[in-house]
Design a protein around this ligand. Structure first.
Ligand SMILES: [Zn+2]
Length: 359
């Protein structure tokens, strides 16, 4: 196991339980479910350890909080707005950096429906306050932060959102989110918002004019765009509108698993049951480049399908952009405009009746 700088801190140790906050019995971070050992040879084990030592391990999408042991307490736990970060579990992960998507739509501190601006800011501030009181997890806002975390046995916590719903019609709120540390955002989650449509919508009107404005602002700021929960047309429009490569951090191929969450060329055949079983859970890799002072975004992390050239392991399934999905990292030249139909042939999502829009 990778050695880390973790010394046993638990969330909100700087406060008094029962006085400063209501305590809940929380689920175990480690061994809550039985691990399944994977038999590997000595050479394979050494290779894994070498990869973890020599390369960056980055999760592009995660929620590193601990939930109550009794899941029925989740609503009250959430209402308090105080999420426990799973420091001990993170210390076991082997990661150097994690894009943490916070509570997202379950940030229901003032509302029942979630995604409110006030709740998102409350959630972000509370997590960062706790993180500021320990020295294992550091705030990740630049590539240098990730390099520093790896060098010191720490993990860089990169704050992210799975939808831009909380900005409503205020594009300047993206600047505020960037200032507070957000480095990746989705367009829409399940429901449509002022930017575009999410996966639950039966009709997807595509990226709105405000959505295009928001995409341009995220490009300028250095906020990576993730379309894992966006509708098909909204996804295609976003790829077309963005000057930078787009993330799809937690989805897969629709031919392998026929739900809206997945993306695939329309020309691919439907899968057999065997192919579904054998290919679910596969992981892609990310290459690592650029200068140490660059912001964390498209410029620093470019996913590739070429496994022989990978230098970081991520939890992402796929990524796509107008220029990089086939030919590797961008070279800086602006790609030629591609029609949405040709772009769509690469990632088009077939509509299905099955809806899956969880985390
Ligand atoms: Zn998600």
């Amino acid at each position: 196991m990778k050695s880390t700088a973790y010394k046993g801190y638990q969330s909100f140790n700087y406060l008094e339980s029962g006085v400063d906050y209501r305590s809940f019995e929380l689920a175990a971070e480690i061994d809550r479910v039985r691990s399944r050992p994977v038999e590997v040879s000595k050479d394979q084990e050494e290779r894994v350890q070498r990869l973890l030592t020599e390369h960056f391990a980055i999760a592009l999408h995660d929620h590193c909080f601990i939930v109550p042991k009794d899941f029925g307490d989740l609503a009250d736990y959430r209402r308090q707005g105080r999420d426990w970060t799973g420091y001990a579990g993170m210390a076991r992960s082997g990661l150097d950096a994690v894009f943490d998507c916070l509570m997202d739509g379950t940030a229901t501190i003032t509302s029942k429906a979630g995604w409110k601006w006030d709740d998102i800011i409350y959630d972000l501030g509370m997590r960062l306050s706790d993180i500021a009181h320990q020295d294992f997890i550091i705030r990740g806002e630049t590539v240098m932060d990730i390099k520093r975390a790896k060098a010191n046995g720490q993990i860089a916590f990169i704050a992210s959102l799975e939808a831009a719903t909380p900005i409503e019609n205020e594009v300047d709120r993206l600047d505020i989110l960037y200032g507070l540390g957000i480095r990746s955002s989705g367009i829409a989650y399940s429901e449509a918002n002022t930017l575009g449509s999410g996966l639950r919508e039966s009709r997807d009107g595509g990226l709105t004019e405000f959505g295009r404005q928001a995409v341009r602002r995220m490009n300028k700021l250095g906020i990576a765009i993730d379309i894992s929960h966006s509708g098909d047309q909204t996804s295609l429009d976003t790829i077309e509108a963005s000057e930078k490569p787009i993330f799809i951090t937690h989805a897969g191929a629709r031919a392998l698993w026929n739900t809206k969450r997945m993306a695939l060329s329309a020309s691919r055949p439907r899968p057999t049951r065997r192919s579904r079983r054998s290919t679910r859970g596969t992981r892609s890799r990310a290459s690592w480049s650029t200068s140490s002072t660059a912001p964390i975004s498209w410029a620093s992390i470019t996913l590739r399908s070429d496994r022989t050239r990978c230098s970081a392991i991520t939890s992402a399934s796929t990524t796509t952009s107008r220029s990089s999905s086939r030919s590797g990292p961008r070279t800086g030249s602006r790609p030629s405009k591609r029609s949405s139909s040709s772009t769509g042939s690469r990632i088009r999502r077939r509509h299905s009746r099955t809806s899956s829009a969880g985390w």
